[in-house]
Design a protein around this ligand. Sequence first.
Ligand SMILES: *Cc1c(COP(=O)(O)O)cnc(C)c1O
Length: 621
Amino acid sequence: MQDFGLEIWGDKNFIINGGEVLVNYGEKPSLIDITKMVRDRGYRGPILLRFPHLIEKQISTLFNDFDSAINEFEYRGSFYAVFPLKVNQFPNFINPLINISKKYNYGLEAGSKAELIIAISLTPVGSPITVNGFKDKEMISLCFIASKMGHFITVIIEGLDELETIIKVSKEFNKDTKNFISPEIGMRIRLHSVGVGIWAKSGGYSSKFGLTSTELLEAYDLLENNNILNLFSMIHFHIGSQMSEISALKKALREAGNIYAELKKRGAESLNSINIGGGLAVEYAQHNNARERNYSLKEFANDVIYLMQEISKNKGVSQPNIFTESGRYISASHSVLVAPVLELFSQEYHEKSLRLKEVNPPLVQELYELFDSISKSNAREYLHDGLDHLESLLTLFDLGYIDLEDRSNAEILVALIIKKSIVLLKDESTDELKRLQNSIKEKYLVNFSIFQSLPDFWGLSQKFPIMPLNKLDIKPTRPATLWDITCDSDGEIEFNPELPLYLHDIDVTEEEYFLGFFLTGAYQEVLGMKHNLFTHPTEVIINFDKNGKFKLDNLIEAQNLIDVLDELEYDTNKIKKLLKHKIERSKIINNDEKSEILGKLYLYLSENSYLKTIQSLKDNL
Ligand SMILES: *Cc1c(COP(=O)(O)O)cnc(C)c1O
């Protein structure tokens, strides 16, 4: 059975049964049934399905693996974790996450003022908040306000000027109170070790972030001279996202661990934590030869705990608490984008499209006979003959000897011969067959936008697992190139012979065919752009009750046309007025038709940009 690499990337979150992809949880609903339920409510276009039970799975695995490492090594420090908001700030993701977090004392990380507002409003008091990124006085003041609310918040400074601002703001906030209030202070360190992978820019000497060892010593002096060394509790590093090799982390841990120990020995008594940032990788690969990480979470946790213990013991300092800010690992698996296939572009290469004549040119007639009598034993020979004939026929066309109908018949027949021989010869995987498959790759037009829903594919060539939601008991034979519905030639996931994607040969006028794009929950949503004004897709949460029954919650429809324009700061009242005016003034529209046309127009304005119908379709996709 063709499993589209589910064994590699699926983490047992989905299973295949009866030819369909099922959610491996509760009553195990199929993704196609969930999709149809949403569509039965009248929603068309792409749908983003969110599964909170998969958020919980990632959070609990993170805590369990670190807790067992701590127990196994009899580690003295504690484990804390926060979710970095930049990875996904959408309320339909964050609200379920906050609900789940309470059990784990899981907190949030913020890197901008807007994210900080989310963090200090939604994090339960007592759960950790960390603040990264460049900060001004206002942002630092927000952190002080959060501490006044009772939050456990750590401001991680990126430079000495931020520390000076903290000292200033602290004086303002602590003028009249007897109880000194301040967020804790962390320092981001600039490591000389660098991460591996396409996102590795966040670590290393040339990194945008962090203090050099000279600056660390200056910061230490500044804290000491201002009598606030007792606020300094954390050092922080982040080696970059999607860390593919564990060796990069180990190097960084050794470096950071020694910096921690050196600062402790210097007298930083309240320094008690190392924040190892994010970077835990997700396995996106659909093919064994393209795996993206060489370690498990268990190995990762063991390495962190073991190395910190070893360094602390060697240098005679207390074992630090460990903070992580992994985001991709927590959020990627929770969402699946489901998008309908609208059209197959070589659909015309179908027997029913043939326009055979009473008398055909001999080569066309011969092609028809090849097609009609091809079998396993003669497939290779017939295939070669067919390709030969096509070549000759195209030459005849250029010379004016055959007409357009003959040419069309020849092209259809050869495409059909290739298709048949690929099926007949499927047990042999010769280079020739592969080449032929590439030459007849099918273009699937899919009702979604790559710019909106898979921006990292567009920008960084990040692959995401793709598979059809049904027909999985039938071997897919069509090498697939996917086209989105934007008017941009970059809106394409081209067939890659090294990492091939085969899809089914279907007739979309007869049946619906949906593709699932998996592991889209990290970074894709807020990075997604409204190229061509295609907006965030319709989204829905799938919740399971205690008995494993599922229900759809918090459905949010994709933004409608008029709201999209409003967001671009168009004067939408004016637009509506102009449209109305043009209809009323039109000399072409009959007076008695005008109100009906206006009604239709207003209805369309209240709907979203994605396609609803395609002319050739029986059913509205
Ligand atoms: C982006 C970022 C993270 C999250 O990284 P992931 O690779 O998604 O785990 C964590 N910490 C900081 C400081 C970041 O900038």
